[in-house]
Ligand binder design. Structure first.
Ligand code: ACO
Length: 333
């Protein structure tokens, strides 16, 4: 079906879901040689929520239902489903198709997964927005859902404390009001840096064998220092790029929602952008890094706690494996 081309694409509803089970730093210190104090000081993380059997699609369905409720829409109003994840339920079919079936969304619409690691939600917003600007899709679900805990090597103390599970979802809708909603988006990638964060086995390059499992190659591997350095530089640059693109100054930002990877990365980026800490949304202490779900979880919480008002500029900045990066500027409707 073709609709009139919209003047704007707005976020009509947000929702999030995190599993109940909590793993504390002290729990992790029972397994590897570390401490709550070391983890908190180096990362800002105290706890993470961990799925007890719920898959990415199970969590996606819960966050999507919450977003639909907030948008006052039902599954039958949705024309497009994008799920961003590095932990799909299966290699195929896509998690988006599983979510479509579980939510009872009609079957003559596109549903697909998008993989851009921690930048997934920002990529997903750009893809959905561009498709919706064609006038073919009125309401889209962009859902980010990650079950990361099982891909962490429980005996690798340099990675096992960083990540947690969860899901965040946005309902994007066309609006006749010009100049509101998602007003700018910049994306990028550097495929020369694929080695700094990866899972080596389980794909077509190195299919799973008894040996790959014995060698722990199905677990996430990361060069933490290299990521830290790149994340700080690129997140600052991309935030400035999207502000430039939209003719908005950093001082006009009401709320910065950065990818929740490490409190020291977040604080350094905010400082370089001269955005004061009270305008930066941080929840890493409770959830750790939930990859692509981290920004929509934070955005959903920020809305629920009344931190976003009509006319506010909200800046999302993300960075992840690939490398990938992106920044989105929203003028709240
Ligand atoms: N407990 C105690 N000591 C530890 C631990 C631990 N859990 N992990 C590492 N160490 C030790 C190291 O062995 C090292 O010891 P050494 O000096 O004797 O060799 C020492 O602590 C310092 O290690 P570094 O790796 O230099 O520690 P750093 O200050 O860089 O902090 C961290 C590590 C927290 C992983 C940091 O590099 C980081 O956050 N990097 C970014 C990673 C990230 O955000 N990844 C998320 C995925 S990508 C994304 O989402 C954008």
């Amino acid at each position: 079906m073709e609709f009139a081309k919209p003047n704007s694409i707005i976020i009509k509803g947000m929702g999030y879901y995190v599993p109940e089970k909590v793993v504390t730093n002290d729990d992790i210190a029972q397994i590897v040689d570390t401490s709550d104090a070391w983890i908190y000081e180096r990362s800002g993380i105290r706890r993470r929520h961990v799925s007890e059997g719920e898959s990415a699609s199970d969590m996606a369905v819960k966050s999507a239902r919450a977003a639909l409720e907030e948008a006052n829409l039902s599954a039958s109003d949705i024309d497009l489903v994008i799920v961003t994840t590095v932990t799909p339920d299966m290699m195929f079919p896509s998690t988006a198709c599983l979510v479509q079936a579980k939510l009872g969304i009609r079957n003559n619409i596109p549903c697909f997964d998008l993989e851009a690691a921690c930048t997934g939600f920002v990529y997903g917003m750009e893809v959905a927005t561009s498709m919706m600007q064609s006038g073919k899709y009125k309401n889209a679900l962009v859902i980010s859902s990650e079950r990361l805990y099982p891909i962490l090597n429980p005996t690798d103390r340099s990675t096992c404390f960083l990540f947690g599970d969860g899901s965040g979802a946005a309902v994007l809708s066309c609006s006749d009001e010009p100049g509101v909603g998602i007003i700018g988006n910049v994306l990028g990638a550097d495929g020369a840096a694929t080695a700094v964060l990866k899972i080596p086995a389980g794909g077509s390059l190195m299919p799973t064998t008894e040996q790959t499992v014995k060698d722990g190659l199905h677990y996430l591997q990361m060069d933490g220092r290299e990521i830290f350095k790149n994340a700080v530089r690129i997140m600052q640059e991309k935030a400035l790029d999207v502000l430039d693109l939209c003719g908005v100054k950093a001082e006009d930002i009401s709320l910065l929602i950065p990818h929740q990877a490490n409190i020291r990365i977040i604080e350094t980026v905010a400082k370089r952008l001269k955005i004061p800490s009270q305008k930066v949304y941080v929840n890493i202490e409770e959830y750790g890094n939930t990859s692509s779900a981290s920004i929509p979880i934070a955005l959903s919480q920020a809305l629920k706690s009344g931190r976003i008002h009509s006319g506010d500029y909200v800046l999302l900045v993300a960075f992840g494996a690939g490398l990938t990066w992106g920044a989105t500027l929203i003028k709240w409707q």
